[in-house]
Design a protein around this ligand. Sequence first.
Ligand code: FES
Length: 116
Amino acid sequence: MTWLKSGVAVEALPEVTPQEVVLGSQTLVLVRLGGTVHALDGTCPHLGGLLAEGRVEEARLVCPLHGATFAIDTGAVMADPFGVTPPEGAVEPLRRYPTKIEGGMVEVGVPGPDRA
Ligand code: FES
């Protein structure tokens, strides 16, 4: 795993306000929820909605385009793009990435060799 610096200070990340970060070739979304910073894929697996433009409702991230809903703590699909709960397909779960705080800044772990 490689830890990448997001450039985002944890104190500058408001609770339940998704924030996009681009790390290398990946677009991710950071969401601070209950003091914990979560990192997930930043684009919706349905048709590419930018999840940083979505909203957080009860620990779920809602895609701004068609409303697919994902659990922030697992990335699981909670409602599909057609509003069906439990979901009946059409969208894959979001990948999650580990986070840590170093010197007040958010770092995100991505697959790859250690650069320690
Ligand atoms: S692009 Fe996200 S639900 Fe369609």
